[in-house]
Write a protein that binds this ligand. Structure first.
Ligand code: FES
Length: 101
């Protein structure tokens, strides 16, 4: 089974990214810039680097990324973002307050 399919939704998510935001994480985002996520914080790997690496391969799975970069092996918060990166080919993803799939 795919490593990332066995990973449980992470409630640590908001805490990991809280440092990127002001103290109003629970308030509506209307009128404020959309916070974006562009990297695996634990391994300091940008999604742009992942996309560049992925573009040199015929096919890239989340397991490939975990094995090559280590992303997802620590807190796992980046996993839903990396799924979106691979699906959209965008290297900056809007902050997700709920990462349960
Ligand atoms: S952000 Fe923690 S493992 Fe990627």
């Amino acid at each position: 089974m795919d490593f990332f399919q066995t990973t449980q939704p992470r409630t640590i998510h908001a805490e990991v990214w809280k440092g990127m935001m002001d103290d109003s994480i629970d308030k509506p985002l209307a009128g404020r810039p959309q916070p974006m996520v562009d990297r695996c914080v634990c391994h300091d790997i940008s999604f742009a680097d992942i996309l560049t690496w992925s573009s040199q391969r015929e096919r890239t799975t989340l397991d490939d990324i975990r094995e090559h970069f280590g992303c997802g092996e620590s807190c796992g918060t980046c996993v839903p973002y990396i799924r979106q990166v691979l699906g959209t080919r965008q290297c900056s993803i809007p902050l997700m307050l709920d990462t349960s799939d």
